[in-house]
Design a protein around this ligand. Structure first.
Ligand code: GLN
Length: 546
């Protein structure tokens, strides 16, 4: 196709309406019709990327193959589309300003006064079109973070207005996601907040082409007509987005509402064939009809906010569907795991996942949890910090090195079994300086990981500063903690496992970033399978004991 088409998704009335899921669902439908689609997120905050943000702020930081630290919505895009994203898919105000200021310092603006309009808006327009100009996509969907009317969103809205004017209605359209609140006292759905937010958009010169209305109740024809009339859209362009039991239902709900057709019609693209959602629906079928269930403890320190471990939770859903198992995830705060509470918190579980994390808080609880899983043959999966805790636990309790620790936790530890990477020692900047992105890893013969992946060379995404200390490798191996995955170029240890345990695997990388609906992650699949086995054996053991 000659020119790329652009779809913009803005939000009104309230935050947290799920723009990312709507964008991903539309993209899924367009992809299932054979279009090449990608999604981009523009974030109006001033951080250059979310890498320096505490997970309590915006949830998990998602990492791409090219090592970009990005918004968690990119995770949804990849999980829905099964195609990788990159740095170009997430742009923040901080990054925009950083690049404009660098250009100014280089004298690229030839003595002009540098201003929000046109310099910042031009930079935004350029960033939006980078993906389109790559020639790799027929349609680029750009999600504008924040809510219309926010001061910080204004330059983005202005950039969209200009692009829409330049490209024309057949090449660029705006979807406005809004909320239709239900007033139970009046027993009515209310359209007024939507009318106001469409008007706010209009004041910035943008007419919404499509309204996607989040609602707890069905929209009647009358209400759709009213919304269309007062918000200046065609009636078929009023799309209901009713609360769904799973985000993975949203593409089908949008299909029923005809969102993809309305988009294609306006963009003058062919919409005759129905989207092919066979694989997707097959996944949904298995997700909704589990044959048994397991309960997994997710042990971390940011558990109060579900979004902190978004990709891990979604990976469990994918792996659960693959195994036809319902995976109940119980969040356990690592700070509250002590020798007195551990039995109560962990004994009833079918497996534990010790989560990634930073800093000292909660690490002793994680170590205790690892010990429990190791000693009781409970399936264990350690990710990043979770793997590092497993190495410390083994060093302390099996090798007998009582003072073993990570330099991150105790910088003067006499036994840094987890040490700072050599190239990290001189780095002082926090942002974008960890070991990031995709790195190769070679898997060893006769290992659980080789069995799970079914191939010996893998590439997985990283985000860490500290590392397994190879000086302790020989001792640890001898004592039974096998290293079964190694970076072939650097020799860095990527995976540890205990052969003499039903399933004890710790990985330095983040497998959760690569699990998608179409490709559930092999390690999550294998871990859930081990948990199912454990739950059967454990239960029958208990019955025979009883
Ligand atoms: N804090 C650890 C490190 O920097 C682990 C990071 C993580 O879990 N993502 O190495």
């Amino acid at each position: 196709m000659a020119n790329t088409k652009y779809v913009f998704v803005t939000g009104g009335v309230s935050s947290s309406l799920g723009k990312g899921i709507i964008a991903a669902s539309l993209a899924k439908l367009l992809q299932a019709r054979g279009y090449r689609v990608t999604i981009q997120k523009l974030d109006p905050y001033i951080n250059v990327d979310p890498g320096t943000l505490n997970p309590y702020e915006h949830g998990e930081c998602y990492v791409t193959d090219d090592g970009a630290e990005t918004d968690l919505d990119l995770g949804h895009y990849e999980r829905f589309l099964n195609t990788p994203t990159s740095q170009a898919n997430n742009v923040t105000t901080g990054r925009i300003y950083q690049s404009v200021i660098q250009k100014e310092r280089r004298g690229e603006f030839l003595g002009k006064t540098v201003q929000v309009v046109p310099h910042i808006t031009n930079e935004i327009k350029e960033r939006i079109q980078i993906l389109g100009k790559s020639g790799n996509y027929d349609i680029v969907i750009t999600e504008i973070g924040g809510t219309v009317g926010d001061i910080e969103s204004l330059p983005y809205i202005e950039a969209v207005r200009q692009l829409k004017w330049e490209l024309g209605d057949a090449n660029a359209l705006v979807i406005h996601l809004t909320l239709i609140p239900y007033l139970s006292a009046a027993g009515e759905l209310k359209t007024k907040p939507t009318q106001h937010s469409v008007k706010t958009l209009m004041e910035s010169g943008i007419k919404a082409d499509i309204l996607v209305c989040r609602t707890e109740h069905e929209l009647s024809d009358d209400l759709r007509r009213k919304l269309a009339l007062f918000c200046n859209v065609r009636q078929e362009a009023v799309i209901e987005s009713i609360d769904a039991s799973t985000i993975y239902d949203v593409p089908n709900l949008m299909l029923e509402e005809g969102l993809d057709k309305v988009v294609l019609k306006q963009l003058l693209l062919q919409d005759d064939d129905e989207p092919n959602l066979e694989k997707w629906n097959d996944f949904l079928q298995r997700h909704k009809n589990p044959k048994c269930q397991v309960t997994i403890g997710l042990i971390g320190k940011y558990v109060e906010l579900q979004d902190s471990y978004k990709s891990i939770l979604e990976s469990f859903i994918h792996a659960g569907a693959e195994n036809e198992v319902k995976v109940n995830v119980v969040s356990i705060h690592s700070e509250y795991i002590t020798k007195d509470t551990i039995e109560n918190k962990i004994a009833h579980l079918d497996g534990i996942l010790v989560a990634p994390g930073f800093g000292e808080r909660g690490t002793e609880g994680k170590i205790k949890a690892v010990q429990y899983a190791r000693e009781n043959k409970l399936p264990f999966f350690g990710i990043c910090l979770g793997m590092q805790m497993a190495v410390i636990e083994y060093s302390r309790n099996v090798l007998g090195i009582k003072e073993a620790s990570s330099v991150e936790v105790d910088k003067n530890t006499p036994h840094p079994v987890i040490d700072i990477m050599e190239e990290q020692k001189s780095i002082t900047d926090m942002g974008g300086t960890m070991r990031l992105g995709s790195w190769d890893c070679e898997l060893m013969e006769n290992s659980k990981v080789l069995e799970a992946y079914g191939k010996s060379m893998i590439a997985e995404r990283h985000r860490h500063r500290y590392e397994y200390n190879n000086n302790y490798k020989e001792q640890l191996e001898k004592a039974g903690l096998r290293t079964t995955g190694i970076n072939p170029k650097t020799g860095l240890v990527e995976i540890v496992e205990i052969p003499d345990h039903p399933w004890f695997v710790g990985v330095q990388y983040h497998p959760e970033y690569k699990s998608t609906v179409a490709n559930p992650h092999p390690l999550f699949i294998a871990f859930i399978r081990a948990a199912v086995e454990y739950s059967k054996n454990d239960k029958s053991a208990k019955v025979s004991q009883g």
